[in-house]
Design a protein. Sequence first.
Length: 279
Amino acid sequence: MKNLLAKKDIKEKIKIALKEDFGRYGDITSKVLISKNNKIKASIVAKENAIVCGTEFAVQTFKALNSKIKIKVLKKDGSKVVKGNKIIDVDGDAQSILIAERTALNFLGFMSGIATKTRKFVDIAAPYGVEIYSTRKTIAGLRQAQKYALTIGGAHVNRASLSDFYFIKDNHLANKEGLVENIKKIKRSKLKKKITVEIDTIKQLKKILNQKIDIVLLDNMSEKQISQCLKIVKKKFLCEASGNINLKNIKSYAKTKIDRISIGQLTHSIENVDFGLEI
């Protein structure tokens, strides 16, 4: 999955999810009402328009319950679907399919929700040559899954971890050494990585203008301030906007033609896509 998710990682997450769902006795209802030899055919169906993501999670969830279940993926990750479209067909042991149902739908709905919302931002920003990036505002244990869903929606992965590159934030100024000295300190370190510096005033930008950095993050700035910053930077380094950018104002920010925009709500404010299992 674009080097973000190995099948082994997917299986580990599914194992945790199923254990949580099983509780002490497993699906006590299905065990009583559904005979062990009962076979069914069912389909996962979209209940709203969406960008599909997480099909491999759904597939591996059914397989984790019963490897003999026949599974056919009808809509691959990244597919646009409309209400009523079938996503996955399953055929096999009824108990296993019903036990796997909710966990499979949870993963599919969660990841499709991220991909769908991301695509909306990407479609608005793309005509202006602006790229959408992720943030680290993710759910513990599900970061890689969320990052993968972002890429399916058309966004780019920012930092997958704290080790990816240097990122000097306002809180790092607590060392009282100032932005310029912090940059120089990192430049002297043995580990060579790209450097991003977060600023929230034009005054700060002017202070670092002659420093060799890779990206400046313009935090919580208005569109007017961003346009001013772009004129000052003159493409010496990449400029990224972040903070309080949403679907209502993304177009006005994209019109500044800033290089990239990072959006936290893509992963911290998720609206699941509704899917159902129909027999």
